[in-house]
Design a binder for this molecule. Structure first.
Ligand SMILES: Cc1cc2nc3c(=O)[nH]c(=O)nc-3n(C[C@H](O)[C@H](O)[C@H](O)COP(=O)(O)OP(=O)(O)OC[C@H]3O[C@@H](n4cnc5c(N)ncnc54)[C@H](O)[C@@H]3O)c2cc1C
Length: 417
């Protein structure tokens, strides 16, 4: 492969790899630079809504991922203090091909996308940490640290898909607007059969102290239990507190085996722009949300996919580069108007302290539990992250089935997402 490509992507996470594959499918030449030695396997995204399944199917990945992961149609909400448990089941929806959730690790998604991208000529270079770039009139030159040596790669366009702490965003001088939440999330992967305690395959546990998101990860008994702790507690001793926190979620059972755990800082932030000169941002580098309700990657993959579509058209000379500003505006709108209110409301409900409000929340959850449309609403809500696909003839023009579905979602948004 020549030293110069149409596009350089920084980050071989799920967004970087899906964007690389989608761009390669448009005929663009793409190189991916990743600082780690392999795709990262930290406990993060595990549940994919139908809006993501549309992408996986269109890019040709869904079948393989269905073999690796499993499908789920149930969602439980538990309020242990009130002894309340709700289960919403998503029934098949007329006019919607994907009306279930896929459970799989985000490393699986990135790995399968990488395999397909490489088959189309995408070069993925591990152990390449990007630490600088120079922008010129007709190209951008990117510097990487590779073991003891320095490398230089050139491209017409540079995409930062290098996560919430994005080096590309910082080097470009793009402010990450918004706020960081005071709490810390601790995500644990654990071998334990939560189903024997009445949990569904995906669950919210609402409690002012012991809120959690619990989901099954694979068919071999691996589950994710993510809970919150105050970030004033020392981060380096979070592991020592896991056993005590498990007491609550596992009702005192001791027959569990912790497989991995990680503390996370939570953000509600987006780049002040996602396009500056030859630089573009996608995924968490572009916008990072608290993960309550699983909207982080759900929105991030669509940011990457829309970018691949419009940038591919710019590279082919079918669109003017001004479409990249519209990309920036639209993806920021989706983040601030759709993702942030929903994720913020989910987080509030999960950890609500006020007793009156908790009772109101329980009444709203009960109403959903009794509504036969609520499973469909839950699945359809995620399609709102698609937004405007920005150009006529886009391969994603019909991706959002909501207009075809005879369900009025208006007015119900905000109860549960
Ligand atoms: C506990 C938890 C649970 C979550 N659950 C869900 C969920 O169920 N559903 C959902 O939709 N979202 C979920 N999310 C959010 C989701 O994990 C993120 O949105 C997702 O990881 C973003 O993917 P990305 O590819 O943009 O960034 P990342 O996955 O962060 O990947 C960035 C990559 O860039 C590389 N990189 C960084 N800097 C450099 C550099 N200078 N040079 C080269 N490479 C670099 C990194 O090594 C990394 O491989 C969750 C998040 C957390 C914390």
């Amino acid at each position: 492969m020549s030293n110069k490509t149409d596009v350089l992507i920084v980050g071989a996470g799920p967004v970087g790899m899906l964007t690389a594959l989608a761009l390669a499918q448009t005929g663009a030449s793409v190189r991916v630079l990743e600082k780690e030695d392999d795709i990262i396997n930290s406990p993060r995204a595990a549940v994919y809504f139908p809006s993501t399944l549309v992408i996986l199917e269109e890019l040709g990945l869904l079948e393989e991922l269905l073999e690796i992961g499993f499908t789920n149609r149930t969602f439980g909400t538990h309020i242990p203090e009130f002894g309340y448990h709700s289960v919403v089941v998503s029934e098949p929806i007329d006019g919607v091909d994907y009306d279930y959730q896929l459970h799989a690790g985000q490393d699986d998604v990135a790995r399968v996308a990488m395999k397909h991208a490489r088959a189309l000529g995408v070069e993925v270079l591990f152990g390449h940490e990007v630490h600088g770039f120079e922008e010129y009139d007709d190209h951008i030159a990117v510097m990487t640290r590779t073991g003891g040596s320095e490398q230089l790669y050139q491209a017409d366009w540079l995409i930062g898909a290098d996560g919430a702490r994005s080096t590309v965003r910082k080097l470009a001088g793009i402010e990450f607007e918004g706020h960081t939440w005071p709490e810390r999330f601790v995500a644990t992967n654990v071998k334990f059969d939560f189903s024997k305690l009445g949990y569904c395959q995906a669950n919210f546990v609402c409690d002012p102290v012991n809120m959690a998101v619990i989901a099954q990860l694979d068919r071999d008994g691996l589950w994710r239990c993510t809970y919150m702790e105050d970030s004033s507690l020392p981060e380096d001793s979070y592991v020592e507190r896991i056993h005590q926190r498990y007491e609550y979620f596992m009702a005192g059972s001791k027959d569990y085996q912790i497989v991995s755990a990680n503390p996370y800082t939570l953000h509600q932030r987006a780049g002040e722009t996602l396009h500056k000169g030859r630089i573009l941002l996608a995924g968490d580098a572009a916008h990072a949300t608290n993960p309550c309700g699983g909207l982080g990657l759900t929105s991030g993959v669509w940011t990457g996919i829309i970018l691949a579509d419009v940038l591919g058209a710019v590279i082919r000379g079918e669109e003017d580069a001004t479409i990249l500003d519209r990309y920036s505006d639209e993806r920021r709108r989706i983040f601030w108007d759709i993702v942030t209110p929903a994720a913020t409301e989910n987080k509030r409900m999960l950890q609500e302290q006020d007793m009156d409000q908790r009772l109101k929340d329980m009444a709203a959850i009960k109403a959903l539990n009794d509504d036969p449309d609520s499973g469909a609403m839950l699945m359809l809500f995620a399609f709102k992250v698609i937004g405007d696909v920005l150009r006529e003839g886009s391969r994603w023009a019909d991706a959002d089935p909501t207009p075809r579905v005879a369900l009025d979602l208006a007015g119900r948004k905000g109860q549960i997402h």
